[in-house]
Design a protein around this ligand. Structure first.
Ligand SMILES: O=C(O)CCC(=O)C(=O)O
Ligand SMILES: [Fe+2]
Length: 309
């Protein structure tokens, strides 16, 4: 299946046909455990390449945000199921994916500019030239459903670079359900953030992994250096909702061209930080490339590129 100009699922599967090599988990250090400590998160990120920060959302907040998510999925399904299924890397039709999140509800705008996510993005990506703000690289929800298979273990980037020393994306999964092995908790390969010289994403290699189990309301934090993937949901009746966001430096090309995707009337009331994150700035690495062809409405949404967080 192809939507618009997307890769055809059939072509993609051909690239990932036969497994000829299995790579076991080989991590010596202590595995990250759910923690409330940001200091521990930084230690875990350094040592294992991922971390689990608990109690970022209250139980009420989780319930509210989850309800919005399932309502939005149902709304899209009523129009056409294909709008929320068959994400091109998912192994079957069972999971539900939702995009264009900032249009949908303040919860999905609030996640993006949550101070913890911004703080950890600064920590993971480091300073930027002229202190320009980071950009949201990618953003969507993934709801695993009973019987859904596992996604292949991958890096959240286009290719294996072999000599990349530092992350180009900070990645976060907002857990709107308890993430447990049985309901498809994200699987991770601890320590693989240091395997950059040998990761094979061309197919043929199967990476063994373990489930990053996390209570509802947690943030799973990782980067584009870490091997991971959605787990299989082997439960009878439990879904697993995650909202996944990646941030990149301001000179990288985000996966989504938000100003062309989002509703300008929704964006009109939002903060400077949110608009920066979503690319509503004509400045990049100090150069101002005026948005002459944009509508007045879009141009009015532009903000300075300098971070004030
Ligand atoms: O939902 C998950 O557990 C992870 C999904 C993922 O890694 C992806 O779609 O790139
Ligand atoms: Fe991923």
């Amino acid at each position: 299946m192809a939507i618009g100009d997307a890769v055809r699922m059939e072509d993609y599967k051909d690239n990932h046909a036969a497994t000829i090599r299995r790579v076991p988990v080989a991590f010596e250090g202590p595995l990250p455990r759910p923690t409330r400590s940001l200091e521990q998160v930084k230690i875990d990120l350094d040592q294992a390449g991922y971390a689990i920060l608990t109690d970022v959302l209250t139980a009420d907040e989780v319930r509210e945000a989850r309800q919005v998510l399932v309502d939005e999925i149902a709304r899209e399904e009523a129009i056409d199921e294909n709008r929320v299924r068959r994400f091109f890397t998912d192994p079957d039709d069972k999971n539900r994916r939702l995009s264009r999140l900032p249009n949908r509800h303040h919860w999905f705008r609030d996640f993006l500019e949550h101070p913890v996510a911004l703080h950890l993005t600064k920590h993971i990506l480091g300073p930027t030239l002229l202190n320009e703000g980071y950009l949201v690289h990618s953003y969507g929800a993934n709801l695993t459903r009973p019987g859904s298979g596992e996604q292949f273990i991958h890096l959240d980037r286009g290719m294996d670079f072999r000599d990349q020393q530092k992350p180009l994306q900070s990645r976060f999964i907002w857990c709107l359900d308890p993430f447990e092995e049985a309901n498809g908790a994200t699987r991770v390969v601890p320590g693989s953030h240091r395997w950059n010289d040998r990761i094979d994403m061309t197919g043929g290699t199967y990476y063994e992994s373990l489930a990053a189990e996390a209570p509802a309301g947690s943030l799973i934090i990782y980067s584009d250096m870490l091997l991971h993937g959605t787990g299989a949901n082997t439960s009878q009746d439990r879904e697993r909702a995650g909202v996944i966001v990646g941030y990149c430096p301001p000179w990288c090309r985000p996966m989504i061209n938000f100003p062309l995707v989002l509703d300008p009337t929704v964006m009109a009331g939002t903060s400077r930080t949110l608009r920066q994150l979503l690319g509503y700035s004509s400045v990049s690495i100090g150069f101002d490339e005026q948005w002459d062809s944009a509508s007045d409405e879009l141009r009015a949404l532009c903000v300075p590129a300098t971070m004030d967080y």
